[in-house]
Design a protein around this ligand. Structure first.
Ligand code: SAH
Ligand code: SF4
Length: 354
């Protein structure tokens, strides 16, 4: 088994019946989650016999690094796998005032969004809590500054992996020492899971990948909309906002001539009116989807933004980074599309009873 992914009580259980199990569990947790230990020899405050015993029975990290790339703007991308050679990607994003990262929650994704490299590749499996936290720890080992922010915006739909996601969020808070307020989960909009996340009452930040306020457009781009259309998913987001008191983010992908129309800007402004929220505009990163999607013209992006701002909607635009290493969201593991899930047949919407 791997130690990364285990919480304090699981670490202590592993050490029982030693009478000092709780103390040793605390020391081990500090080594693996805070100091980034990659070797048992680095745990010099543990007795040698315990280190040997652990080394014989366990390993620290559930992930191996398959390759890594560094972009000219300091963005670093790792391709990692959990022993099965099914790679997922994670990205380190240093900014002047903070260091952020973007991690994956599944190998591939079953949601099949038409514009997304991950979605086009299909789905293989959920990542474990240790594999989710492990990505952050591997990125931290490569950063001289502390990672303070995290977005679950890599490969996969986080809310289809809720138990592991919740455990990972708790470990990042309790053991790694990150603030819940700096942890963002991005979802395609799985209504029952948004409600389940709200019940967990963690003050994390939730982002919805909306991409169009119109059902007919969203239906054509995102199969999930057939099951949970715009009105239903927005109702779930509004209730999440009320329960947690946190502003929600609406992610809005601008695809040239498809989602960037003035009508959709006006409808979006109506949809978020009165909801404490931020709309984050994301220009489409070119992925060969075979559908002829294109990036939006600058002028249309400005006009779209102008319509929202005239209605006093809070708007941000995603700063694109790591272009030369294809580190943008939705392009992660783009080069590996089709490696896994094609074997498992075409993408299908996971059947979740609502
Ligand atoms: N499954 C979750 C989280 C991972 S995707 C979700 O969909 O929210 C992270 C973000 O990247 C989502 O907002 C997604 O819509 C966006 N994205 C996907 N493909 C993209 C592309 N080609 N260009 C720009 N953003 C893209
Ligand atoms: Fe999955 Fe998100 Fe990509 Fe849609 S956009 S296929 S939900 S990773």
């Amino acid at each position: 088994m791997s130690l990364v992914g285990a919480d304090r009580s699981e670490l202590a259980a592993l050490l029982e019946p030693r009478p000092d199990a709780p103390l040793r569990a605390k020391q081990i947790a500090r080594h693996i989650y805070q100091r980034g230990a990659s070797d048992f020899d680095q745990m010099s405050d543990l007795p040698a016999e315990l280190r040997e015993n652990l080394a014989a029975r366990t390993r620290i990290m559930p992930l191996e690094v398959a390759s890594e790339l560094e972009s000219s703007d300091g963005v670093r991308k790792l391709l990692v796998h959990g022993g099965d050679h099914q790679v997922v990607e994670c990205v380190l994003l240093p900014y002047e005032d903070r260091v952020s990262c973007c991690v994956s929650t599944q190998v591939g994704c079953p949601m099949g969004c038409r514009f997304c490299a991950t979605g086009l590749g299909g789905y293989d499996r959920n990542l474990t809590a240790g594999e989710i936290v492990g990505q952050v720890l591997l990125l931290q080992q490569r950063s001289s500054r502390r990672i303070s922010h995290l977005a679950m915006m890599g490969m996969g739909e986080p809310l289809l992996n809720l138990p592991n996601l919740l455990k990972a969020l708790r470990l990042l808070h309790d053991e790694v020492g990150m603030s819940y307020r700096n942890l963002t989960v991005s979802t395609v909009g799985i209504v029952p899971q948004i409600e389940a996340l709200a019940e967990a009452k963690l003050p994390i930040h939730l982002a919805l990948s909306l991409h169009s306020p119109l059902d007919e457009v969203r239906d054509a781009l995102m199969p999930v909309n057939h099951k949970w259309p715009v009105a239903e998913v927005m109702a779930a987001m509004r209730s999440y906002q009320r329960v947690t008191g946190r502003k929600i983010t609406i992610e809005y992908l601008l695809i040239g001539d498809i989602t960037d129309t003035p009508e959709q800007a006006a409808a979006l402004a109506r949809l978020v009116r009165g909801v404490p929220s931020v709309v984050n505009l994301i220009p489409f990163n070119w992925v060969d989807t075979g559908e002829g999607f294109k990036r939006p013209d600058r002028g249309r992006v400005r006009a779209f933004r102008g319509i929202l701002e005239a209605q006093r909607v809070n708007v941000t635009e995603r700063v694109e980074r790591g272009h030369d290493i294809a580190a943008a969201c939705g392009q992660l593991a783009g080069q590996h599309v089709g490696r896994f899930a094609r074997r498992h047949g075409p993408s299908v919407l996971p059947v979740l009873s609502s």
